[in-house]
Ligand binder design. Structure first.
Ligand code: NAP
Length: 249
C-alpha cells in the first residue's frame, strides 16, 4: 500500500500512451492530476476519463516546445494550486533519421520538446516544492538516452540530457526533500512505436535484443513512475530506472 496524501501532480504528454497511463495511475491513488498535452482533445479525453472513474483531473493544452507558453500556464496554475507536488516530464516526440540526413529543424524540435521543456517546467514548479520541503520529479527518458541508437541522434541526445538534468537537480534539491529520478522505457506499445510493433519484420528484429521477448505496456512504465512519486520513495533520488524487458542491462 503506497501513500500519496491527496497531492497534486502535473503530467506532460498525458493525452496518450505512457503519459495517459501515468495520469490515470496517479489519479487512482487520490492524486489530483493536471493533464498536459499539445492538443486540447487528447488531454481533455484523459481528464474526462479520470473524472468519470471518480478521480480528480484537469486538462491543460500547452505546447511544451514553447517556453513562454509553459511560463504562462505555470503562472496561472500556481495561482490556483499553491504547490504542485509532483511533476512528471513525459511529453516527447521522435524525428528519426541518420545524422547526415537529419535537418537542423528536426534536431531543434526534438531538443525543445523533449529536453528544454523539462528545464522550463522544473524551473517554474520546483520552487514551490522546495519551499514546501516536499516534491517528486520524474523525467521519462529512454534506453536510447542510455545506450544511444542509430538514427536517433537528436532523440538520444535529448534523452541523455534528461539524465544529466535529473542527476544534477537531484543534488540541487536534495536538501529540500525534493527527489528527482528518471525512468528509461525500452520498446513500449504506444502511438510512438506503432510502426515497429505492427511490422512483423521490424518487431522480430527488436525482440531479438529484448530478453523478455515482448514489447512493454504503458502500465509497466506508469507503475514504476507512480511508485517514485509516493511517500515511500522518499530515499530514492538521482537514479535512472530502465523499464525495458532487460534490453539495457
Ligand atoms: P505518444 O503515444 O506519442 O504520446 C506523446 C504525448 O506527448 C502525447 O500526449 C502528445 O500530445 C504529447 N506531446 C508531444 N509533443 C508535445 C508538445 N510539443 N507539447 C505538449 N505535449 C506534447 O508517446 P509515448 O510513447 O507515450 O511516449 C511518452 C514518453 O515516453 C516520451 O517522452 C517518449 O520519448 C518516451 N519513451 C517512449 C517509448 C516507447 O516505446 N513508447 C520508449 C522510450 C521512451 P498530443 O496527444 O496532444 O499529441
Amino acid at each position: 500500500m503506497l501513500t500519496y496524501h491527496q497531492r497534486t501532480a502535473l503530467v506532460t504528454g498525458a493525452g496518450r500512451g505512457i503519459g495517459k497511463a501515468i495520469a490515470e495511475t496517479l489519479a487512482r491513488q487520490g492524486v489530483t492530476v493536471i493533464c498536459v498535452s499539445k492538443s486540447a482533445e487528447s488531454c481533455g479525453a484523459t481528464a474526462a476519463a479520470i473524472t468519470a472513474a471518480g478521480g480528480k483531473a484537469r486538462a491543460l493544452a500547452v505546447d511544451v516546445a514553447d517556453g513562454a507558453a509553459i511560463a504562462r500556464a505555470a503562472e496561472e496554475l500556481l495561482k490556483e494550486f499553491p504547490t504542485i507536488d509532483i511533476l512528471v516530464n513525459n511529453a516527447g516526440i521522435t524525428r528519426d533519421g541518420l545524422l547526415f540526413r537529419m535537418t537542423e529543424a528536426d534536431w531543434n524540435e526534438v531538443i525543445a520538446t523533449n529536453l528544454t521543456s523539462c528545464f522550463h517546467w522544473t524551473k517554474l514548479l520546483a520552487r514551490p516544492m522546495t519551499r514546501a520541503r516536499w516534491g517528486r520529479i520524474v523525467n521519462i527518458t529512454s534506453v536510447s538516452g542510455v545506450m544511444g541508437n542509430a538514427g536517433q541522434a537528436n532523440y538520444s541526445a535529448a534523452k541523455a540530457g534528461m539524465i544529466g538534468l535529473t542527476k544534477t537537480l537531484a543534488r540541487e534539491f536534495a536538501s529540500r526533500n525534493v527527489t528527482v529520478n528518471a525512468v528509461a522505457p525500452g520498446f513500449i506499445k504506444t502511438d510512438m512505436t506503432t510502426q515497429f510493433v505492427n511490422n512483423p519484420e521490424a518487431s522480430a528484429k527488436i525482440l531479438e535484443v529484448v530478453p523478455l521477448k515482448r514489447f512493454g505496456e504503458s502500465g509497466d512504465v506508469a507503475a514504476l513512475t507512480a511508485f517514485l512519486c509516493a511517500e515511500e520513495a522518499g530515499y530514492i533520488t538521482g537514479q535512472v530506472f530502465n523499464v525495458d524487458g532487460g534490453m539495457a542491462m
